[in-house]
Design a protein around this ligand. Sequence first.
Ligand SMILES: [Zn+2]
Length: 202
Amino acid sequence: MKRPHENPSDRLWVEYSQAFKTFDDLTLARWMSQTLGQLEGHAWRLSHPLVATYRLAASVGHEREIWHKRLVTIPSSYTEAPCCRSPLLVLFNSEILESGLRCHHCGGTAVPLEDIPAPLRRTIINWAAPYALNNEIAHWSDEDQPDNYDEILDEAAEKAKDSLVDAGQILMPKLLNFLPTVTWEDQDYCLDVQPEDIDLRS
Ligand SMILES: [Zn+2]
């Protein structure tokens, strides 16, 4: 999860997060706890504005170690993330095989892949391994690109869209069986797949 301030999108993120920097600790903790309650029990796209707003608050809250101060009661279904002792709010994305489910508060691994129950872990591996291979097409070097590379890239983007629909429709409900809430990355920068391309009704 990006936090450094080197590029324009990081600078913009810091500018957006100013809204929460004006909150005192108790106000921030209350806002976060209430929002966790609203997120509870559902799978959310990473592109959802409520998730984006929570992530802004989480970055400020993490800097202030807000959850260590025990200022508010958090919704009871949220257990403590082992990485930073925040309420367990995770991100599922195509890096799951390397990084597990990432924590929205500290950016670390909140749930390693091996801690996901075996049948679901296998389903996730069967999703993520082909996804990674398909994504690789976007990174072929100039000398590896055939004449019809644009066509191959378009096909890869279509495959990524289908896979992301599967992630939203099939994998997320299964993850919700053992997590209070889950968020998932609904885009692929490398293949130029945007959130609006992921139609969960399809
Ligand atoms: Zn964490």
